[in-house]
Design a protein around this ligand. Sequence first.
Ligand code: BGC
Length: 552
Amino acid sequence: MRKIGANRGLVAVVVGGLALTSGVVGCGDDGATTGTGGSAAPPDPIAFGAPGSLVSDDGRGSFRLGAATAATQIEDGNTSVDWAVFTAPESEGGLGKGKAPLGDATFGYTRALDDIALLQEMGLDTYRFSIEWARVEPQRDVIDAEALAHYDEVIDALVAAGIEPVITVHHFSNPIWVDDPRDVACANGPSDTNLCGFDHPEGAPQIIEEFAEHAQLLAERFGDRVRVWGTVNEPVNYLLAGYGVGSFPPGKSYVLGAEKLLNRFVPVVRTYLRMHAAAYEAIKANDANGADVGLSLSVGSFSPARFNALSDDPEDVAARDRVVALYHYLFVDGIRQGKFDPDFDGTLDEELPEVKGTLDWLGVQYYFRAGVTGQTKLIPVVEIAPCFNGIDFGSCIPPVGDDFTKCVPTMKYEYYEPGVYEILKDFSARWPDLPMIVSESGLATESGRRRAEHVVRSLEQIAKARDEGVDVRGYLHWSLYDNFEWVEGYEPRFGLYRVDFASYERSPTEGATVLGAVSAARELTTEQRQELGGLGPMSPEEGYTPGTHCSN
Ligand code: BGC
């Protein structure tokens, strides 16, 4: 098998080829200067240590290099999951939501063992993926033995290849029986075929119990080979989409009115926090060989905005702070203190003792910078209007330095390199004893060169935080290969490997090439940094015409 990273000749050719077309980016040692050509000293190489424990003290200074996926986004034949009915055409009994039906995603179930070769080609040491609850338990309390055997095989193959599996237990999807998107009214109350969702007073406790049983099953079955577990993925992001604005299944919209927000959405968040804690306890108690259990948080670089420009108006600054409290702090502070914030005012004034202490590591998932205004109170209670997917109200701002090469057109947001550094620093100051890993970061693009730039620039920013004492123990790129981008369908491509949607062949992008090279050398070289790193303009996204900000 060809090792991408091991072939330094290939890398040099690709990188050299890029240099011909680029004209970009020299940078200082911290990667902080933009390329104006000429005088800056060449950046030092950055060394990455060997992978180590994500949690114990002896893992400090270690570094994992890996990639991530999620079951629903890649697996074929996934008919018991809520996304299948949510996106299937109405003519087939679905709801026809989202830009494309889930269908067979990218055949990541039948190709699972072959796909491990992609990780091997890059020489990566860690693979984060999720196990589909809906596949393991397609009907309530009915376990599919074949599904468990499948994941057994995948885990065995990863271990045999020297790649550490990191399992996400819940990544944006449910079995249909948890909250059937076709019957959100759930008029008859919870039943085995529809527990009515995280917001239902009688359904929610049953879901928490079912989820804990599921986590226990996974820990008993796979715990002998799996050390690192993530309970839930991007809680706030996920709940806002599924229960806040209804763009994800189950499709409930509770955040546009104060009454619903407080009486329906807040309970949803509390339920999910409890699901996390229940899964944490179940894994800890049933993984015979010990388990390091964490969760992954969606983070963003949020900026106060007004009239489509940066703002220092106290109303906007306070609005930004409330978003940060919700997105960045609510879950982790709540878990550390055993408390909850029932009115999202930034104060944890409700006791929730059962969640206390249920976090061994924190995953940080960074993609974008976005403006937030307090001028328009689109979302009541938190009294904000974010710049999000075409929502503006003056909150959308031009990219830093008016550099439209930072726009990610298919996702309509801005990639801002230093965001991940700034957030890691903030988290490290707030929770100094909590080890972190960048468990996702990636860029939707058609261009392999842009992806390679993203890889190098992300690693530079993470290394800068690490050099300043932040305990960050790895970087897992999103994603191993192109896949189903939820409501956006198949247009945004996040893969290190490009998927041909006719043949489903995977082929390496320049992102895979450079990540493989870094992984082989455990080092980011001066040359890679000069060619791809820094903060200067990125290579253009072909066919993209800039608007006034990245979201138009
Ligand atoms: C999610 C992934 C998603 C990625 C890119 C994260 O929010 O965990 O499932 O595909 O971002 O949008």
